[in-house]
Design a protein around this ligand. Sequence first.
Ligand SMILES: Nc1ncnc2c1ncn2[C@@H]1O[C@H](COP(=O)(O)OP(=O)(O)OP(=O)(O)O)[C@@H](O)[C@H]1O
Ligand SMILES: [Mg+2]
Length: 504
Amino acid sequence: MTGWRQDVPVLGSVELPPDPHALDALGRNHSLETALADLVDNSVDAGASNVLIRFIQHHARLIGLYVVDDGRGMTPGSIDTALTLGGRRDYRATDLGRFGVGLKAASFSQAASLTVLSRATGNDAVGRRWLHGENRDGFHCDIVPGDFAAAELDRPWPFSTSPSGTVIRWDRVSGFPASDDPQQVGVFLSRTMDHLRGHLGLMFHRILAQGKLRLTVDVEDVDRGVGIPADVEPINPFGYRNAPDGWPKTLTAAVDGSLLTIQCHIWPRRSNAVEYRLPGGAEQRQGLYFYRRDRLLHAGGWEGIHAPDKKLQLARAAIDIDGDVAGLFTMNPEKSRVTAGAGFALAVGAARAEDGTTIADYLRAAEATWGVSNQRSTAQRRPVTPPGRGINPRVCREIVDELPQLNSEPLNIIWAKFDNDDLFQIDRDDMTLLLNRRYRAALLGGRRGGLNDAPLVKALMFLLMENVFQGVHLGARDKDNIDLWQEILTTAAKAELSSFGALP
Ligand SMILES: Nc1ncnc2c1ncn2[C@@H]1O[C@H](COP(=O)(O)OP(=O)(O)OP(=O)(O)O)[C@@H](O)[C@H]1O
Ligand SMILES: [Mg+2]
């Protein structure tokens, strides 16, 4: 006998309410992006069609942030539960909310003051403010007068918060620069807004693509007014064209009576598209994508199935989970990570597609696709003249990404006034392909022109003609080609002109 006892004896109990400083520990895993995603979750749960994230600027300094939605709002009876830590409501099967802490944890991780102003249909506007940080001596929350709540809700937002909507306001945001240098703040804002749109576009891509939600980001300068809003566009990490033959495949495994389903995708090749590059870079984003109720929680990583590998960067697999599954995975309260349990790698190892494909087959196929696509791509392609002025920047990026570049001056494609009907002129000394302006309106089909207009025509001309800008002399074959192109393309341009109905 070692004296060990199975039962622990007790004498009674003492009540130990949490010390208010416990709040300081909340949301420590949040960044500005994940915190705002948590507030967007709440707006989605409230059935909002519009959500606006607005940065507030005064004399160049960033002083606050709003998240506004036109969802169903909170009533005078429900707002206190909403602000209670761990205060839960009855969740529906599709709700993103789960722990009753999101709003508070997200807000206090970023701001010293959280104000919630809300109105539900048929109810008066209500407001609460919660100051966080030093001198906190309890869990009390300030009551904001109804007329102020109504005034905040009725500010000229780009959509109406009537009959219902919610305004979440953060003041004293810790991550904002303590600077009123317009340039420094400008750089911070543009970088932050880019990150934010990248993160939210990815995490909410399914919900945004369903078209039920419009999510925008803008900046209000309290002296000068509101800047141009930027929509958050969906970024689908599986948004490739032309999958490799036979892919994607669905692998399933039964685990304790529930079904684990893994949609195994292979990108056909490396790409310059935002959907492939993703925030953080494609190589970091290989692996598993966990979704819960169409909200992406976790983008990339193999969770112990395999080590990250440059050659596996075309492999991305989607797993839809409905909350935690004992032993398989748990979601962190910030909803920014899913952690796989010990049974997960085993379950994945046992998963099979209908044709018997295993996860190991999938990884091998992804690696093989990477090998083939690399051989085929840039290394073996003929180098081209770099694209220059006049060509749409997205087209330039695609050309630079797909083709090796000669070390020469770039090729510009520019409209010019000609004294004949020819469609183009080749000016090798200036590295410029001139296009005859008399066809411009017809080729633009009446749209407004600009330096980078007519991207399709210019991209075709670039691909066809860039090689005549290479080398010291034009060969006989080049000259013959140029004459041939001139004949055919000028006839085509005249046909465009006559069907457009414009007079030369
Ligand atoms: N924008 C909103 N519109 C309407 N109600 C909201 C909004 N934001 C929060 N609420 C209410 O406040 C409650 C608490 O929100 P909070 O994010 O703290 O927890 P939750 O969403 O219930 O769960 P989780 O911790 O998983 O996010 C919500 O359940 C909801 O009733
Ligand atoms: Mg929430």
